[in-house]
Write a protein that binds this ligand. Structure first.
Ligand code: AMP
Ligand code: MG
Length: 337
């Protein structure tokens, strides 16, 4: 199959929507990362997403909508708290886990009786959904296990020959996947951290819990609320280790370890000043790091490094999302100095 790169003019967005209506899988830009979209209600189309990605069948997909009316057609017993969250954060990078209606096939929900729903803010994503008139199931558009794609080229590198088209919407503004939350009585449980942070959610609800799976390694047979959290994820081929240290200690450590096969993921050049080692700058603050992390992870392999040492991001705010992704890329290897 030839993979067509579409631009983001209206004709291209209509072409993408027509492909979705015809049951095809299309790479679409969103503000979080690029998604691999298909009709969420079409069993065969959704099965093709799993095939294109090589994704485990029990890992459910997020369903994307363009207007709030659609929510009640896909989910029931939607709590008031969910409407408050929608009002505060939609359209935007927040996914809510709700009880699913029968119209959502099991293949979309990974066999669960819930469905994750999100209304993206990216204008191309919204237009594609609107033009298709369908709820669109879309996981990140990478091969299962690889870093998520934040540009159309990343998608092309992973999906060339596997899907009919990719819409180029430029670089994803947020850069990490959506915050995934579930509702427990009057509390919110963060199953996956994202750009909408715990601190943001505390403005809506005083009880916001961070699920165990966010920072701990779960064994593959653990029964979890968010199946995606137990899989190997975001991994470059190189061996990644997080170095939890201040600038001086980081630099000392790197000076000792520096060799030609190693690369550092740094906040700025200062972190490796005076040391002869390859480095990739992944941003000074959490928002910039969220935007640049996945490109940096892909870059590690492109430059052929065998080992990577990454400076440890903040563990709060948007930084928690960056830390969560980097932990998985590093297979939970952290050295604290
Ligand atoms: P991705 O499609 O790569 O953005 O990953 C989607 C994430 O949302 C995974 O971590 C899933 O486990 C999670 N997710 C999607 N739907 C549900 C659901 N119904 N219940 C719990 N987690 C979900
Ligand atoms: Mg993913």
């Amino acid at each position: 199959m030839e993979t067509k790169l579409l631009t983001n003019d209206d004709n291209s967005l209509i072409e993408a929507a027509e492909l979705l209506k015809a049951g095809k899988v299309v790479g679409i830009p969103t503000e979080t990362v690029y998604g691999l979209g298909a009709n969420a209600l079409d069993v065969n189309a959704v099965a093709d997403i799993f095939k294109a990605k090589g994704r485990p069948q029990d890992n459910p997909l997020i369903v994307h909508i363009a207007d709030i009316k659609t929510l009640e057609t896909l989910a029931f017993d939607v709590p008031d708290l969910a409407y408050k969250c929608a009002e505060a954060f939609w359209p935007g990078p927040l996914t809510m886990i709700l009880k699913k209606r029968k119209i959502i096939p099991d293949v979309t929900s990974g066999g669960l009786d819930t469905v994750g729903i999100r209304m993206p803010s990216n204008r191309y994503a919204r237009k594609i959904i609107e033009y298709s008139g369908l709820p669109i199931a879309a996981p990140s558009a990478n091969l299962s296990g690889s870093p998520s794609p934040t540009t159309a080229m990343h998608v092309f590198n992973d999906m060339n020959g596997r899907i009919p088209a990719i819409v180029d919407g430029g670089m994803s503004a947020v850069g990490v996947e959506s915050t995934v939350i579930a509702f427990d009585n009057d509390s919110i449980r963060i199953l996956r951290p994202g750009f909408v942070s715990r601190e943001d959610l505390l403005d809506i609800c005083k009880n916001v819990i961070i699920d165990k799976g966010v920072l701990e390694q779960l064994s593959p047979d653990t029964v979890v609320r968010s199946p995606g959290m137990k899989y190997k994820h975001y991994s470059p081929k190189a061996d990644v280790t997080i170095i939890d240290a201040d600038t001086d200690k980081f630099r000392e450590f790197i000076k000792e370890k520096a060799d030609r096969d190693t690369v550092c993921l740094v906040f700025d050049e200062n972190d490796v000043k005076g040391i002869d080692i390859k480095n990739i700058n992944y941003g000074k603050d959490s928002k910039e790091q969220a935007r640049l992390l996945f490109d940096a992870l892909r870059h590690i392999d492109e430059i052929g490094a065998k080992k990577a040492y990454a400076r440890c991001p903040e563990k709060s705010g948007v930084g928690l999302a960056v830390y969560n992704r980097l932990l998985r890329a590093a297979g939970f290897q952290v050295i604290k100095l």
